[in-house]
Design a protein around this ligand. Structure first.
Ligand code: 5RP
Length: 225
């Protein structure tokens, strides 16, 4: 199977996973990226079974609307039944790195409001220790250099993602060379740097379940405790 076929398989698996949770008055959270797009496309078939979605990016909102799925502003919604999104890395505790698509802040907000986070990924995203993928950090533009210096003090090698402005009008630093044995600590410490909006670690609230696509099919993985 190609990587695209694996993404389609996990997108469909996520639709099958959430189908029993859908009700006409329920709203779900939908993430961003190529794997999330496969989920959105497969979800269109069930569009009459739920009220609509909150999207973690303008791009996903547009894709949902094109398929006839109503998009809600998060401020109109008090709780999301379930949130489905991809990831750049996952460890066995289902602590994640996200933000390769620059949507990390909205993703973290949608995750916070959701009762359950279903992560979908192909097996290339599975790692022993988070940090092979550079950690995205969303930063207020005027703080970019200051935040970069602070990240260097923590042992990281930040690189400015040139030409990218997030949906929130901010910039992204991609931080190489962190080997995160304790991702929760990194998540807290990086968020305390003045000028950081948020970082792409989803460790304090990671995924509740991971649907991981590989050559033997889609595995359902729960966090190791
Ligand atoms: C976007 C994300 C994505 O979920 C992550 O980058 C994975 O993307 P893809 O499914 O395209 O590999 O966090 O900000």
């Amino acid at each position: 199977m190609t990587q695209d076929e694996l993404k389609q398989a996990v997108g469909q698996a996520a639709v099958d996973y959430i189908a029993p949770k859908l009700r006409p008055d329920r709203i779900i959270g939908v993430g961003t990226g190529s794997t999330a797009n496969c989920f959105i496309d497969a979800l269109a078939r069930l569009k009459d079974d739920f009220a609509g979605a909150v999207a973690s990016s303008d791009a996903s909102a547009e894709r949902l609307q094109k398929l006839g799925i109503k998009v809600f502003d998060l401020n109109e919604v008090s709780e999301l039944e379930v949130y489905v999104d991809g990831a750049d890395e996952s460890n066995e505790y289902l602590e994640l790195i996200k933000g390769g698509g620059a949507a990390l802040t909205r993703e973290k907000i949608v995750r916070a409001v959701s009762k359950e986070f279903v992560c979908i990924a192909d097996e290339s995203k599975w790692v022993d220790v988070l940090g092979r993928f550079p950690l995205p950090v969303e930063v207020i533009p005027m703080a970019r250099s200051y935040v970069a210096r602070e990240l260097v003090k923590m042992g990281g090698s930040p690189v400015y993602r040139e030409g990218v402005v997030t949906d929130n009008g901010c910039v992204i630093l991609d931080v190489y060379d962190f080997k995160m044995v304790d991702p929760r600590k990194y998540e807290t410490e990086i968020n305390q740097i003045a000028g950081v909006v948020t970082n792409g670690l989803f460790a304090q609230r990671g995924a509740d379940v991971l649907l991981l696509g590989g050559k033997d099919g889609v595995k359902t993985i729960y966090p190791k405790y």
